[in-house]
Design a binder for this molecule. Structure first.
Ligand code: SF4
Ligand code: ZN
Length: 349
């Protein structure tokens, strides 16, 4: 009996070259070139269909050195040239002050800056808030650190964008991230966030808030990894040493399980989130401005100012949970009562 000879699978698009991968999103077997083209074209179509940019705009690319933002920077440069978007691009990074993690990933961003020949601005938590994440973790422990980090990052990106005078920030959020956020907001019953989280772009919500958009919103994480791998892009793949938010971690595992049974689950969840409508009469937080720093806030103080005040007073619990009634005291720098202090001091929350 003669041994069976395995025939190479041909690319289903060009039917010429050998297929090197099966697209996670569509199941098509493609050669490298056809995959690159399909992936790039889909992102271009997303940008055009949602009118994400206007000719002549200055755009800051939020760059962490990770796969998503590295692929985003690569694609924005490539598509800007290929389709003459007419954008002025620059990289914007946040240094959270996490030794052994962010310092290394920022080295990757610095190399990307050389590779893509784009200007780079790094803003640090230390310089903006007087605290590094290393110091924050020492005070608050490892349970709520991502709350501090997330709130500070959001504002840090805006502050960096204002320093760079960009019109817009684009971020590397992909379809998996959006699906994960939809799941988390459903599980938490957070209607306000649920309504916002699938938006591909945001308009400025007030002074100091720069519009944002997500050109990779419909790109699967697995395809981003494949693209970065086959393009040999220079990116940093280590996880944060302060471990990702546990709740998000569960939502992620759940999503990956669903994806392994049915790959379209990711896009189905994104579409479900997009099509949810909120019943009339549901109370939504009203956005105002922070009385202390002027940033958007739905209370007298923005989340960032409350968290910072908690850190500076050695009362880390202040910004976690609902302590709105203490905002007036904080604003007028009044001392807290012993009982209030005791409640807010413990880090076992
Ligand atoms: Fe910050 Fe948490 Fe992300 Fe680490 S995992 S960078 S602490 S948000
Ligand atoms: Zn504030």
């Amino acid at each position: 009996m003669s041994p069976t000879v395995k025939m190479p699978i041909l690319c289903s698009n060009c039917v010429d070259k050998r297929a090197v991968l099966k697209r996670p999103k569509t199941g098509h077997s493609l050669c490298k070139e056809c995959f690159f083209w399909a992936f790039e074209e889909e992102v271009h179509q997303t940008i055009v269909a949602a009118k994400l940019f206007k000719h002549g705009e200055k755009v800051g690319i939020a760059a962490s050195g990770g796969k998503d933002s590295t692929v985003l920077a690569h694609l924005m440069k490539l598509l800007n040239e290929r389709y003459n978007y007419g954008l002025e691009l620059m990289l914007l990074s946040v240094d959270e002050g996490i030794s052994g993690y962010r310092d290394d990933s920022l080295e990757t961003v610095k190399r990307n800056q050389q590779q893509y020949e784009l200007p780079l601005k790094i803003v640090s938590y230390k310089e903006l808030y007087g605290w590094t994440m290393d110091a924050i973790v020492k005070q608050v422990g490892l349970k709520n650190n991502c709350t501090f980090c997330g709130v500070f990052r959001r504002q840090a990106l805006d502050r960096g964008a204002i320093m760079l005078k960009v019109d817009k920030i684009c971020t590397g959020h992909n379809a998996d991230d959006v699906a994960e956020t939809v799941l988390m907001n459903v599980l938490r019953g957070d209607i306000a966030r649920l309504r916002r989280c699938t938006a591909i772009s945001t308009v400025s919500e007030g002074e100091g808030v720069v519009p944002r958009c997500k050109p990779l919103k419909y790109a699967y994480e697995k395809e981003i990894v494949l693209y970065a791998y086959f393009k040999k892009l220079d990116y940093f793949s280590t996880e944060c040493i302060y471990s990702p938010n546990a709740y998000r971690g569960h939502a992620r595992t759940f999503l990956k399980d669903l994806e392994s049974i049915r790959p379209s689950s990711i896009m189905d969840i994104v579409h479900s989130g997009e099509n949810l409508s909120v019943r009339e009469g549901v109370k939504m937080p009203v956005q105002g401005t922070c009385n202390q720093c002027g940033y958007i806030a739905s209370q007298a103080l923005c989340k960032s100012c409350v968290l910072l005040e908690g850190l500076n007073r050695g009362l880390p619990k202040l910004g976690i949970g609902k302590h709105h009634r203490l905002h007036d005291k904080i604003l007028s720098k009044q001392p807290l009562t012993e009982k209030e202090e005791r409640k807010l001091k413990s880090v076992n929350f």
